[in-house]
Design a binder for this molecule. Sequence first.
Ligand SMILES: [Mn+2]
Length: 195
Amino acid sequence: MGRTATVERKTKETEIVASVDLEGSGKANIETGMPFFNHMLDSFSRHGLFDIELQARGDLEVDYHHTVEDVGLALGEAFKKALGDKQGIRRFGEASCPLDETLAKVVIDLSGRPYLSYNVKIRPGRVGSFDTDLPHEFYAAFTNQLGMNLHIDVIRGENPHHIIEACFKAFARAMDMATGFDERISGVLSTKGSL
Ligand SMILES: [Mn+2]
């Protein structure tokens, strides 16, 4: 049985359709209107081995902020729907990814309780046309909508493109681990019996 979900989000600021397949192979079809953000979401799909289709149209002429945040909400909701009751999944995931001088570490608990700890020192500015503080908005929205505990730590790094990309790759790999099955787990991995 495939774990898939499609989510549509429409507001005065953005219109988003997002589909995810947790049993994918890393195929992505993503258009957000922001080339660098497309590149990061592509990387998330590829390295998490999730199939993701995402079309977002937003008021980019106002600011990228609305669209980045709403893409995070849509993907968080899609992952939540696709995960369902979380039977048999590992629940915890972690990964470290290097990219040249940068080393990023991500730890996830799909606990149902939203909490983001974002420890990323990055110089203010832009990568292409993409503000370096926008990933924080994306992760906050994703965390709140999915209900996960997400810790992101950049252990070292200088280049903003490398820092942001290493975080997305580590996030992808940690999410793949957390959402994946372990055949030794029966039911839901919680002493409470639910997540
Ligand atoms: Mn890159």
